[in-house]
Design a protein around this ligand. Structure first.
Ligand code: 5AD
Ligand code: SF4
Length: 366
C-alpha cells in the first residue's frame, strides 16, 4: 500500500520542491516495500533527467592499507594486528594508475588509510609522476591532513578529493572514531572546496545506534555542502573490529538514503558503492536503478587488493574493465548499438547497453 501523502511528497520532490527535515525523515522512515519502490523509481527518473543515461567509471588504486586511525568499524584500523599490511612503491602505484587508460578509464582514485609514510612530498611526487605520463584526472582519498598538504597537492595537479564525513551525528562520530571530531572533518571539507578541488563526501548507513534522524541529518549535510560526489554505502561488520557483535546495515535503507539524495541534489555523482555489492549480490545493480550513476572498478594489483580489507568480502568483488569492454564491443557489433566509450575518452558507458551493464554489475562476483 502506498499512502497518498507518500505519493504526493515524492512527486513534489521529484518536481524540484524543497523538502523540510521532517519531509526527509518521512520519506526515509517508510518500511513499506511499495513506497520504497515509488521512491526508487522517482530517483531513477531524476537521475535520467539530470545526469543522463551514462554510467561513469572511476578506477581505484588502493595503494596502502596502513592506517594511524582506529575507527571502530574498519578492518584497516590501527589495532587490527591480524591484517597483513602493505604499501605499494611509487613505481608500482604509477604503473597501476597508468594501467587505467588502456582499460578505458579517464580518472584514477588514489586511496589509502591515513598513512603518515606518505608525506606531503611523497604524494606530490606521485601526483607529478602520474600527470607527467598520463592525462588522467587524479582523485585523492587519503584521509584528513593539514591544510598545507591539501594546498600543495592541488598545486601539484590533484583534481578531486574524497573524504567521507561518515556520520553527521557528533556523538556517533566521536564514539566510532576515537580522538577525532566531526567539526574538524567538516572544516577539512570546506578547505578542500575553497582550494578548488572537486569534493566528494559520503556516509555509512546502518552503523550501530544510528537512527533515521541521524541519516536525515546526513542528507541535510549533502544539501548544505553541495558536494560533487557522494558515496552512500551500508555498514558491513568486520569480525576483527570492536563492532564484530553488530548487525550489517540494510540494503534498502541504504538505497532510500541514496534515492532521496539523488532526488534532492539532482546532478551529483552518486556511486553504486562496492559495499552495496558486498552486502547483496544485486546491490550495485539496484543502486544504479535507485539514483546511482557511477561505478568504481578496483584496479589495485590483485596481490595487494586481497589485503585491503576494510570489510570482509570486498576483495572478491571486482568489475574487470577489460572484460566488460570486450563484451560491450561484441554487443555493439551484434546489436548495432552505439557505444559512447570510444567517443568520450572511454570514460562512460552508453545507456543503450545500460540494462545489460546492470546485469553484469550485479553478477560479476569472484
Ligand atoms: N562497512 C562499510 N564501510 C566502511 N568503511 C570503513 N569501514 C566500513 C565498514 N565496516 C568505509 C568508510 C571509509 C571508507 C574507506 O570505507 O566510509 O570512508
Ligand atoms: Fe583508517 Fe579510514 Fe579505516 Fe578509519 S575508516 S581506520 S581512517 S582507513
Amino acid at each position: 500500500m502506498v499512502r497518498e501523502e507518500y505519493w504526493q511528497k515524492v512527486r513534489s520532490a521529484k518536481e524540484g520542491q524543497k523538502l523540510s527535515p521532517e519531509d526527509i525523515l518521512f520519506l526515509l522512515s517508510t518500511a513499506e516495500r511499495e513506497e520504497e519502490e515509488v521512491l526508487f523509481g522517482a530517483a531513477d527518473q531524476v537521475r535520467k533527467d539530470c545526469v543522463g543515461d551514462e554510467v561513469h567509471l572511476r578506477g581505484i588504486v588502493e595503494f596502502s592499507n596502513c592506517c594511524a586511525q582506529n575507527c571502530l568499524y574498519c578492518g584497516l584500523r590501527r589495532d587490527n594486528h591480524a591484517l597483513v599490511r602493505y604499501r605499494m612503491s611509487l613505481v608500482e602505484i604509477v604503473a597501476a594508475a597508468k594501467n587505467a587508460r588502456p582499460q578505458g578509464l579517464g580518472t584514477v582514485v588514489l586511496q589509502s588509510g591515513e598513512d603518515p609514510w606518505f608525506t606531503r612530498e611523497r604524494v606530490i611526487d606521485l601526483i607529478r609522476a602520474i600527470k607527467e605520463d598520463t592525462n588522467l584526472a587524479i582523485t585523492l582519498s587519503v584521509g584528513e591532513r593539514p591544510y598545507a598538504d591539501y594546498l600543495a597537492w592541488k598545486k601539484a595537479g590533484a583534481d578531486r578529493y574524497l573524504l567521507k564525513h561518515e556520520t553527521h551525528s557528533p556523538t556517533l562520530f566521536r564514539g566510532l572514531r576515537p580522538g577525532r571530531e566531526l567539526g574538524e572533518r567538516l572544516q577539512a571539507l570546506r578547505w578542500l572546496r575553497e582550494l578548488g578541488y572537486e569534493v566528494g563526501s559520503g556516509n555509512i548507513v546502518g552503523l550501530p545506534g544510528q537512527t533515521d534522524e541521524d541519516l536525515a541529518r546526513d542528507i541535510q549535510l549533502f544539501i548544505q555542502y553541495d558536494f560533487d560526489m557522494i558515496g552512500i554505502g551500508p555498514f558491513i561488520v568486520h569480525p576483527q573490529t570492536p563492532l564484530a557483535w553488530a548487525a550489517n546495515g540494510q540494503l534498502n535503507r541504504t538505497l532510500k538514503v541514496l534515492a532521496i539524495t539523488r532526488i534532492i541534489t539532482r546532478d551529483t555523482n552518486l556511486p553504486a558503492t562496492t559495499a552495496a555489492g558486498v552486502l547483496d549480490q544485486n546491490g550495485r545493480r539496484r543502486a544504479l536503478s535507485a539514483g546511482a550513476n557511477v561505478v568504481m572498478p578496483d584496479i589495485t594489483p590483485p596481490n595487494y587488493r586481497q589485503h585491503y580489507q576494510i570489510y570482509p568480502g570486498k576483495a572478491r568483488l571486482t568489475l574487470d574493465c577489460q572484460e566488460f569492454r570486450n563484451w560491450g564491443r561484441a554487443q555493439e557489433k551484434e546489436a548495432g548499438i552505439e557505444w559512447s566509450c570510444e567517443l568520450e575518452g572511454a570514460e562512460t558507458v552508453c545507456m543503450d547497453i545500460r540494462n545489460a551493464f546492470l546485469e553484469l554489475a550485479g553478477v560479476r562476483i569472484r
